[in-house]
Design a protein. Structure first.
Length: 275
């Protein structure tokens, strides 16, 4: 869509972009098509779209022939969604908050589904965690988010952070493409990126209690500029030489910073300190 087409559509339905909901409409049709083409869909797979808005991505998704179910929070888009449903028999929707909507019950009959979303920046972390930690997980998540957040999610050892670990504990995250601010209406203040998360069918890392695991990580990352043996000593309330021995037994440099460890090393460290 061009800016003029978006403005015309908004005027047609008597709407304006809602700043409270962080509404920025993607204009670049190439990016939209690339997002759809990147989803590793197989015959019988369904698609859960979050935040369809004006429906430009919804129509590309529906064109695949797969069953598409969209969840839109803003009721003002109801006429738009009804028009899409009229055009596509494989499209359905609900007006609800995805953070409250019971999508797992809705999709329980679907063996495999994929999430595709262009969402407000301010709820990115919550939405990613919602699907990553779901009991009935999607096969993949293809999502357009703020560039800085995308870099955090896809970070490697040396730049790891809590968000990256929370995602990569369950799957593989990769950057697909960057999207300039000028490709949106209204244009946000920052650039964006499309990332894709392929979730593991079986846990790659065995962690018996994620809450406790991230308690350890948060304690260590709270002093991310400090050497690991210092923050770990405070967390475990053990003598420093005992903590150093634990790290040495795992072949982890006691002078390393938290962001330098791999996820494998964090899992090993968690298991060791909880023996």
């Amino acid at each position: 869509m061009t800016i003029d087409q978006v403005k015309q559509l908004l005027q047609q339905y008597g709407m304006k972009p809602n700043e409270t909901y962080g509404q920025n409409f993607l204009l670049n049709d190439i990016v939209l098509q690339d997002m759809v083409d990147s989803v590793p869909m197989k015959k019988g797979d369904a698609i859960l779209e979050v935040g369809p808005g004006l429906g430009n991505l919804s129509r590309y998704l529906a064109d695949t022939g797969h069953e598409v179910f969209s969840v839109e929070k803003d009721p003002k888009f109801l006429p738009v969604l009804k028009a899409i449903k009229k055009d596509y028999k494989n499209f359905d929707f609900t007006v609800d908050d995805i953070l409250k909507f019971d999508f797992q019950t809705k999709l329980k009959s679907k063996k495999s589904y994929h999430v595709v979303a262009n969402i407000p920046y301010y709820i990115t972390g919550k939405i990613i965690q919602l699907f990553v930690q779901a009991k009935h997980k999607p096969k993949s998540i293809t999502i357009l988010i703020q560039k800085e957040v995308a870099e955090n999610v896809t970070a490697k050892p040396g730049r790891l952070n809590l968000l990256a670990i929370s995602v990569q504990l369950h799957g593989q995250a990769k950057l697909l493409q960057k999207v300039l601010a000028r490709d949106f209406y209204p244009a946000p203040k920052v650039d964006s990126s499309v990332i894709q998360i392929i979730l593991d069918e079986r846990p790659k890392y065995e962690v018996d209690d994620e809450k406790r695991f991230f308690g350890l990580l948060r304690a260590c990352f709270s002093g991310k500029r400090k050497q690991l043996h210092n923050t770990l000593t405070n967390y475990l309330q053990k003598p420093k030489d005992e903590v150093t021995k634990i790290l040495e037994s795992l072949k982890i440099d006691s002078a390393a910073r938290p962001q330098e460890l791999s996820i494998e090393e964090w899992v090993k460290l968690y298991k060791k300190v909880n023996e």
